[in-house]
Design a protein around this ligand. Sequence first.
Ligand code: GLU
Length: 467
Amino acid sequence: MTIRTRFAPSPTGLLHIGNARAALFNYLFARHVGGQFLLRIEDTDRERSTQKAVDVLFEGLRWMGLDWDEEPVFQSSRQPRHTEVALQLLEQGDAYRCYCTPEELTAMREQAMKEGRPPRYNGYWRDRDPSEAPPGASYTVRIKAPREGETVVNDLVQGEVRVANTELDDMIILRADGTPTYQHAVVVDDHDMAITHVIRGDDHLTNTFRQSMIYTAMGWERPNFAHLPLIHGPDGAKLSKRHGAQSVVEFRDMGYLPEALCNYLLRLGWGHGDAEILSRPEQIELFDLDGVGRAPSRMDYAKLSHINGVWLRQADDDRLTADVVERLTGRDGLVVDDVARARIRTLMPGLKERARTLVELADSAAFLARPVPFAFDAKAEKLLTPEARTMLRGLSHELAALGDFTPEALDAALRAFAETSGLKLGQVAQPVRAALTGTTTSPGIDATLAALGRDEVLARIGAVLHG
Ligand code: GLU
């Protein structure tokens, strides 16, 4: 039997990090066993499910590199099938029409609470004949919950979980307007899509017991279930806005690489020895549901940044350059021409050593694209003393006359210049860095000078001397 998993998000306008992790686990599990990973868009809330909200999901999954098999299934398109199954349950006597009005249901709930019982539907229409209903009255369709025994789920993460069937109520499967309820649609879809493993957040664990009723009544085999503990904030509380970024797009905008975010999300609540940095092929090879922990995970933004730094240093320089140019253009409104782009690309090996995010990387590369003259930060300003300016004047003559403008030649020239001027290398390098970058940090000064090129270096030093 082919193992088939699915990711079944509701289009809410964002791809939440918890859902993104569920998608990743479904994907890795399917790929690990050579199965299939399917996508179902649970778009029954027609108001929220705009095309834009659906596109956000596709875009997020593509960005994370989670390619799915087959065409995505849109739940809304399957309504006739949901109705068909509900009618079959009616016919079999496993479901019934309930004619209670909303007022009657409210009264029923209030009565139950007054008597200290759980506010559940009391099965009023379960054994009544529909002929007793007022003519033309609207009705919902309810499933007959088992009244005895218990429902057991051998969850692949949570272990064995049991619920007494008396805890289950005759839940509605078709609303009065004929639309299927969420619990009903999910079961019919998972069955028809031949899903073998439902891997989802453990906020759905109680739904599993309710959904079980439909599988049993239809005589369908239940899929395996794996309920993942939720992701909490660093303080252990439910992850919310105040903790920081929550959606995949936010993490992308904050400069995280998809490889790093996926790597982090995988390690959050799943372990394989001490292995920290895992490539996608390694993830696929190693992932299993046995390695998923039962305790809620805590989001650790510092750890994510650390992992991102590791992935940044391994990332391709052309790709990083393209991303940085896009950020500088869009975010900072800088015009990055081919010359500036080439400088960024040349210096990229040095720049990426220091950055933990693409935002930091873009910040550190911005000076390469700034037109002269540009603003200096306070620390850089302080370095440009009258003595430093005199030194820069002398140095600029040397640089103008230098043969090769390569990092090696520049390194030798700066050392020789420092020695003849009776200065330490830092006393030369730091004011030069300030003059060229407007800041006090950059990759090695020789590489920085080489990336800017002679004309630009002389122009920038000139601007400091004559500005
Ligand atoms: N649509 C549900 C959600 O976004 C997921 C349902 C499921 O995985 O069964 O939470």
